[in-house]
Write a protein that binds this ligand. Structure first.
Ligand code: MEV
Length: 321
């Protein structure tokens, strides 16, 4: 069996995080500037216990059978094997390397799952379609996050801008005019699981307030989809900034996120907001390409620890995958 390499990108949410957990729409795009890489090499002459899992980013180097039964990678590999109907793997080394910081809102856990699924299935000589890959990645996300909407695994599997409503078929978004994003990291890791759980507690205590906020985010998201399809980037920016205000009211922003959002807007961004679970992680700014250096410099001076620039290209995508 030859060595296999599979990769999966990061993602960012343009609008609708948190509300999407409650069946409201959200828009997400892939971020190809960061990725997870899963490399599988055979171990010739190894024995059945020689299935090594290495992930330097989380200081993991272990035989698979020695990982705890609840370890997400162990659970994922069991699910893949059961799906492929194989009862054992040949001796191998699975090395996972990452340029996606964990806990940063860029989808690292879903990306790890998609890269591993692609690598293991290809190594075993199988090919799974995207819908099956997405289903396995969602299962893995559920083990790790408890109650994910499924948007992260979906955008990372399909690697295109998506309009997503939980438990409904997602739609690919037609992008009339390309647009540029700056993604700036607060450097403060945050657990999506914890923030999602906290929002749930607050929603249970005050359903009227939170349902209104979720519906407000949904309305902004639907307008943003039309803006993207009409090529109205100015309007898209305004809607993103308004979504940030709604997220502040959900209490998922932070001093540093607000500081970077204000900095980007003052430096000329068309719109800016936190992206992902919030309370840390990354914010995004929609920028005119000509202004991008200026905004990037301002964000660095304001304390951003890492900056990614990405372009969402125009496409002629039909609305069904
Ligand atoms: C995380 O990228 C987005 C959240 O809405 C959680 C989810 O959708 O599962 C915060």
């Amino acid at each position: 069996m030859p060595a296999i390499t599979a990769t999966a990108p990061g993602k960012c949410i343009l609008l609708g995080e948190h509300a999407v957990v409650y069946q409201r729409p959200a828009i997400a795009v892939p971020v190809h500037q960061v990725q997870i890489r899963a490399i599988i090499t055979p171990i010739p002459g190894g024995n059945q216990n020689d299935i090594w899992i290495e992930s330097p980013a989380i200081r993991l180097c272990s035989r698979l059978h020695q990982l705890a039964g609840t370890h997400p990678i162990k659970l994922l590999i069991s699910a893949i094997m059961s799906d492929l109907n194989v009862d054992h793997l040949p001796p191998l080394r699975l090395k996972i390397s990452s340029t996606i910081p964990a806990g940063s809102g860029l989808g690292s856990s879903a990306s790890v799952a998609v890269a591993i699924i692609r690598a293991v299935t290809a190594f075993m000589g199988f090919s799974l379609d995207n819908s099956k890959i997405n289903q396995l990645a969602y299962q893995s996300e559920t083990h790790q996050h408890g109650n994910p909407s499924g948007i992260d695994n979906t955008v990372i599997t399909y690697q295109q801008p998506i309009y997503f409503i939980r438990e409904q078929p997602f739609e690919l978004i037609r992008v009339k005019n390309s647009f540029a994003l700056i993604i700036a990291d607060t450097g403060i890791p945050s657990s999506t699981r914890d923030v999602v759980n906290d929002v749930r507690c607050q929603w249970q205590q005050n359903p009227t307030k939170f349902d209104t906020l979720f519906t407000c985010a949904a309305d902004l998201c639907n307008q943003a989809r039309s803006a993207i399809e009409d090529g109205n980037i100015q309007l898209l920016g305004d809607l993103m900034s308004r979504n940030h205000t709604v997220l502040q009211e959900m209490t998922v922003s932070s001093v540093m996120l607000d500081h970077l959002v204000d900095t980007a807007l003052q430096a000329g961004a068309l719109g800016a907001k936190l992206s992902g679970g919030g309370r840390g992680g990354n914010m995004i700014a929609l920028v005119e390409p000509d202004e991008s250096i200026h905004i990037e410099t301002a964000l660095k001076q304001a304390g951003a620890v890492n900056i990614i620039k990405t372009i969402i290209p125009a496409n002629n995508t039909t609305t069904h995958p």
